[in-house]
Write a protein that binds this ligand. Sequence first.
Ligand code: ADP
Length: 383
Amino acid sequence: MSSSENNTRILVVEDENEVRESYLDMFQFFGYQVDSACNGREGIVKVTKENYEIVVTDLNMPEMNGMEVLKRIKKLKPDIEVIVITGYATLENAVEAMKVGAFDYFTKPVDIEHVRIVLYKCVQQIKSRRENEELRNVNTKLREINELKDKFITITNHELRTPLTVIKGYLDLIDIFMEDKKDPELAEAVEVIRSSMLEMVDVVEHLHDLSYFDYGKKKISKQYIEVQKLVESVYNEMKVLFQKRGIEFHLNAQESSMAIMGDGERLKRSVRELVQNALKFTEKGGMVELSFYVKEEANKLFIRVSDSGIGIPGDKHALIFEPFYEVQDSMHHTTSKTDFMGGGIGVGLTLVKEVVSAHGGEVMVNSEPNRGSIFTLILPIET
Ligand code: ADP
């Protein structure tokens, strides 16, 4: 007997003492918690005061018959399941009772095995209804939280943009004022403000892009992109950061006039995102390679970033593309924040995936802990 059956409370409504007692014994023997009422009126009073999951009622009773008991219960507490008891001669009453919401019926004299099965089915139905209800509630909550998150992102993004523009404007002014003074301490302080501001700009840009894409709804505009130029410019922009951290950084690209149609700025940002991650998650002395190649037969372009870094466990490969997900606690990133404009907020790969799928492509990840990672953007070549 499962614990849910043990916790199920059943009320037996039956006017004949002996029959009532026999039901009580039988249900107790099955492991249910049982209570009884000796007529319909008492039954209804008990239903209003107590919490039962199931009511088993005789149909043929003086004062208030079982049909009336059933109707009142369904009105008062529709979640209670009602099983009616009837004789063979009055089977049509049981059918009537089913029409107004009875779960099932027992015929007199009762067959114990049949009763056991009907009660078991009834408990299962109650259980699955409750589970469904819980799932519905959790779903509604999740939807609300998601909407709240989207709203939060939009508001934060909007509210941060204006003060950042003001800060940037004043920093440029300070630069002009300082030109004659040449105060090294002041210059250093301004540099710290500038790099912190750039970290914030980076976060705001990511949030902006996240609400821009709104998970796959936004289309991108396409221009003619020379792939080699795009990859080389990311390489050139970022190689100094690798030098600073003592990581080898290679570009592996043969001369190519390969071109695709796409959103150049967003694709470049996506490649930069992968390279930044490789930089972040590779220790000093490690190696990162940026490359691209074409598979003519498939009409596909592959842009690949491989690193010899810390790697990602297999069960996290899908999760890293979820917004705000980070395998490691971001407090423990090995690189200092200033080296790559902010420690990251866990949306980089979400955006990469959005951008690439807006181009009809996909992102592939191959990675193992302590052996490094390979991220590949696979893009269709439009002819
Ligand atoms: P973040 O801003 O944290 O870098 P991303 O969405 O770009 O956000 O990446 C999500 C998470 O995936 C990272 O926090 C990290 O745990 C993991 N990850 C991404 N790229 C790599 C990589 N090259 N090596 C190891 N882990 C990585």
